[in-house]
Design a protein around this ligand. Structure first.
Ligand code: G6P
Length: 590
């Protein structure tokens, strides 16, 4: 959602804040702003991107400041609604991520007490509450103000004449980056990588008092200590490295990500405690692309572990009471901060269900809620559309299932060989980029498309459709190939292409039948099929060929091809690929 930054130290804050905000734009980008304090607070903010804001503002003097990129929840993107927000006197500035649920009530009270509001945001109540309680001690005023607030927040508070920043969190991420006689605040790691790789992660309920010289944390009035983390990512990891977009760079990183994730996981060989608790069924929960990885995980685990696996969207799991008898849970989340996923994890833990997290971000909220965490080694994923994290999540699911597998030694040896060949096979798909680009350009001329698959490639159809719609704005639906005839056929025509994912497994014959049905209804048909599949050549209008291999690993290969298809369709249509309209990388509200 929104991105938050803060700086305090010996350097001019303005260029540092703008640079950090630029690195966070993937979190939210409908408006942005900064506040810098020398003696008085100066605020510049507007709808639009960080570059525009930077170009429109004068040089500001001050070594302490805060900044924000917004993803609107309350009030349209506009200059007035952009953060930072101020109190009546203009002496207190606040940036906020999250939602204040009782803001209407607080706003009415504060108006009754003489406070003037200018925006439609929920955030604006926070600086006014702090103003109400501020009698010379900023941290006390923030602590008191937050007692009135219901909802979720990560905030940074700046007060004129105070050589400190006060930060607080509840259900929204915030970290403090540790420098040499300077400190940084950010909602997410990539913001501060240019300056430091040392960070403290606040817990819910913590309040941090950050000065140039040090960091003090308190909770319920008493001092607390939080462990310092080394961030395992470099500045280069978070840059485009010559690629036109982060999405393309991240697609191309996948052979390395597979090696890194497998290498790390197999070397550590830490047993997954969850698997040793006598569970008889597994519940996997996630949102978005991670949910599609979870769906593939179901096929992998049911086949290799012979246990019952349920997959739930976290946002749905939060609104019913699941039967958890002898069940273990796996939560999959790239960011480790998705609000729906965190809420579902807490619910399961409260119900006594052990939870294993699979996440990309060291120290993220998911890792702190879970009983155990396995980290994928995808490196920072900046593009809003997830690509390499999906592949890395699958690697963990494969390895987890293989480690506890009940299959015979021969099959296991075949699986180990198959997984080790994946980086090479994914590279072959990437080497076929020009061919895929050709089909993407063709697809870019349509407004609707269906993706179909069966079995373990049904989730791949869902992911292919999600990728295409989020970056190219072509309406796309993923559908089990056998279900098309139960309704969606009504939409098939020469204007609605179908992309069919055809694997060499027990679904093959049925898929051929489905392809014939599609052709009979006049839809242009693009098939994704293994090289050497002559039947498909006869049936489909166009064929994207992918390398042969064990069908259990085909979701990895096929998804990479579909990522490229979506990317190049979006490029052809001139879309803002890394920052699609209305979306955010990390969704920290329900
Ligand atoms: C957002 C992102 C998606 C992501 C989903 C779940 O919607 O735009 O790319 O798949 O959140 O995120 P998570 O971090 O929990 O995997």
């Amino acid at each position: 959602m929104c991105g938050i930054v803060g700086y305090i130290g010996g350097k001019q804050a303005q260029p540092i804040l703008l640079n950090c905000l630029g690195r966070l734009e993937y979190r939210g980008y409908d408006s942005c702003g900064i506040a810098v304090s020398a003696n008085a607070i100066e605020v510049y903010k507007d709808a639009g991107r960080v570059k525009q804001l930077a170009g429109a503002m004068p040089k500001l003097d001050g070594v302490v400041g805060i900044g924000h990129t917004r993803w609107a929840t309350h009030g349209e993107p506009s200059q007035i609604n952009a953060h930072p927000h101020l109190d009546c006197s203009g002496n207190i500035a606040v940036v906020h991520n999250g939602v204040i649920n009782n803001f209407q009530k607080l706003k009415q009270q504060l108006i009754g007490e003489g406070h003037n509001f200018v925006s439609q945001t929920d955030t604006e109540v926070i600086p006014h509450l702090i103003e109400k309680y501020y009698h010379g001690n900023l941290e006390e005023a923030v602590a008191t103000a937050l007692r009135d607030v219901e909802g979720s927040y990560a905030i940074v508070v700046l007060a004129a004449g105070e050589p400190k920043l006060v930060v607080a969190r509840k259900d929204c991420p915030i970290i403090i980056g540790i420098g040499d006689r300077e400190n940084f605040i950010a909602s997410d790691v990539p913001a501060i990588l240019d300056y430091t790789n040392r960070a403290l992660y606040l817990e819910d309920g913590d309040i941090g008092i950050v000065t140039k010289e040090g960091i003090r944390l308190r909770r319920d009035g008493a001092e607390v200590k939080r462990e310092e983390h080394r961030i395992p990512w470099s500045v280069e990891d978070a840059q485009k490295a010559g690629y036109e977009h982060f999405m393309l760079k991240e697609i191309h990183e996948q052979p390395k990500v597979i090696r890194d994730t497998l290498g790390d996981y197999t070397q550590r060989a830490e047993p997954a405690m969850l698997m040793d608790t006598g569970i008889e069924s597994m519940l996997i929960l996630a949102c978005g692309t991670s949910y599609h990885a979870a769906l593939v995980g179901r096929y992998i685990m049911e086949e290799l572990l012979s246990i019952l696996v349920r997959v739930e969207l976290a946002s749905e799991l939060n609104y019913y009471v699941p039967n958890l008898a002898k069940t273990g849970a796996i939560a999959i989340t790239q960011s480790g901060e998705t609000a729906d996923t965190l809420k579902a994890m807490k619910k399961l833990k409260d119900m006594g269900c052990p939870v294993l997290a699979i996440t990309n971000v060291v120290g993220s909220s998911a890792s702190r809620i879970a009983n155990q965490t396995i980290y994928i080694r995808a490196g920072p994923e900046i593009s809003v559309a997830a690509t390499k994290s999906f592949t890395a999540q699958l690697m963990v699911l494969y390895w987890l299932a293989m480690s506890y597998s009940k299959v015979d030694a021969r099959r296991l040896a075949g699986l180990i060989m198959g997984i080790r060949q994946l980086p090479k096979k994914v590279q072959q798909v990437l080497d076929n980029e020009d061919e895929i680009m050709k089909y993407a350009k063709y697809l870019a001329g349509y407004e609707n498309a269906f993706f179909i698959g069966r079995g373990i490639n049904f989730p791949v159809a869902l992911e292919g459709a999600l990728k295409l719609k989020e970056v190219s704005y072509i309406h796309a639906e993923g559908c089990p190939a056998g279900e098309l005839k139960h309704g969606s056929f009504a939409l098939l025509s020469k204007d609605v292409p179908v992309i069919a994912i055809v694997a060499q497994d027990n679904t093959y014959e049925a898929m051929l039948t489905n392809l014939k049905e599609v052709k009979a209804r006049g839809s242009p048909l693009i098939a994704l099929a293994e090289e050497g599949d002559e039947d498909i050549d006869q049936l489909a209008d166009s064929v994207i060929t992918v390398p042969k291999g064990d069908a259990i690993f085909s979701p990895v290969i096929n998804t990479v091809a579909l990522q490229l298809l979506a990317y190049y369709a979006a490029k052809q249509r001139g879309c803002p690929i890394d920052n699609p309209r209305n979306l955010a990388k990390s969704v920290t509200v329900e």
